[in-house]
Design a protein around this ligand. Structure first.
Ligand code: MD3
Ligand code: FE
Length: 205
């Protein structure tokens, strides 16, 4: 089912229910090479969400701030490559939402254990905001918050479930958004956590 949330923001609910097992299997070797970790913020706190990446570059945070890096700071090695099947799927999902020619070079992998949350923020570390972001949710449900172009805009809540895809582009690309603390539960296929994959074009093409 397709829901247009605002100009440029599309929810494809349950879109990945059939693809989820293969995607999660494809994730396992990536997590072995580049384990999930709690990154530090500029202010010195550790994020409750555990993160890692695959692709040409990955999103990192530390005491120096946020940026994309070609190397995993934990290993000093390049991030694991983005599997072709992931990249092709993200391109297809973007096209379904009306964004033709999406070529992600980064995939941020977020794991939310029970209670983990993501404060309201904008994704603005990418070089080109004309490319959308494709987000895929698995495991426990989340209450996703999305606002507007300023931090003070009113937020709306959407429940994101296993297999849901959100595509953010156009006017919505720089909207503030966040995730409320994950509530206790067990997803029958995934377990007691939520996974979110966001496909991004981080570098200028
Ligand atoms: C709206 N992740 O990794 S995905 C993030 O569920 C992030 O893990 C959340 O926000 C998560 O930065 C939300 C949905 C999403 C992703 C990117 C966006 C929504 C967005 C960029 C602009 C506006
Ligand atoms: Fe974000």
């Amino acid at each position: 089912m397709r829901l247009d949330l605002s100009p440029g923001a599309v929810l494809l609910s349950g879109r990945l229910l059939d693809d989820a097992p293969a995607l999660l299997t494809g994730l396992a070797p990536i997590l072995e090479c580049a384990p999930l970790r709690h990154m530090q913020t500029r202010r010195g706190y550790f994020m409750s969400v555990a993160m890692t990446n695959c692709g040409d570059v990955g999103w990192v945070s530390d005491r120096r701030g946020y940026r994309y890096s070609a190397l995993d700071p934990a290993s000093g090695q390049p991030w694991p490559p983005m599997p072709a099947a992931f990249c092709e799927l993200a391109t297809r999902l973007a096209a379904e939402a009306g964004f033709a020619g999406f070529h992600p070079d980064a995939c941020l992998i977020n794991r939310y254990d029970i209670g983990a949350r993501l404060g309201l923020h904008q994704d603005k570390d990418e070089a080109d905001f004309s490319a959308p972001i494709v987000s895929c949710s698995f495991g426990l449900p989340a209450t996703f918050l999305w606002g507007g172009a300023t931090r003070h805009d009113k937020t709306q809540k959407i429940r994101l479930e296993h297999g849901d895809v959100l595509i953010w582009g156009g006017a919505a690309r720089l909207y503030f958004h966040g995730v409320q603390p994950i509530r206790a539960g067990v997803h029958p296929d995934v377990g007691d956590f939520r996974l979110n994959l966001t496909f991004r074009q981080a570098l200028a093409r």
